[in-house]
Structures are given as C-alpha cells and as structure tokens.
Design a protein around this ligand. Sequence first.
Ligand SMILES: [Zn+2]
Length: 76
Amino acid sequence: MIHYHCRHCEIELGTLPLKLAKKVLPFITKIEDEEEGERFLTYEEDGSLTVHTICEQCEQTLQQSPHYYVLEKWLQ
Ligand SMILES: [Zn+2]
C-alpha cells in the first residue's frame, strides 16, 4: 500500500494499492530526484510506502501565515 500522510498534522489523506502504484510512480520518482526526497518518502518494513505530503488545510495555513510553518519545522 501507498499511504499519503500530511507531514504537518499527520492526518492520513488516503491510501493506494500497490497495483495502482504505476500511475503515481512517475510522481514519486520525481520527488526522489529532488534533494529533499527522503523527507517526503518513507519505505516501511512491510514493503509499503508512505508519502509525506500536505493537506489542504495545512496548505491554506502556510499560505496565510508562513511563520507558522517555520515554527512547525523548528518543533520537529
Ligand atoms: Zn495537514
């Protein structure tokens, strides 16, 4: 399974069965190519993959108050 979690509030946004992974693999590969890829992807021991993304609510919060984002990062 591929699990989508918000990396700010940890809410689960959804899951995808691995058989659908081919559809999202180009997207995942793109992330892995980036320097911060490891922060967005976690390979679990059972073979599943966790994608750390951002939910709509947090995205709105970040857009409205960037300082909140800095604080969140600092707390982690
Ligand atoms: Zn969130």
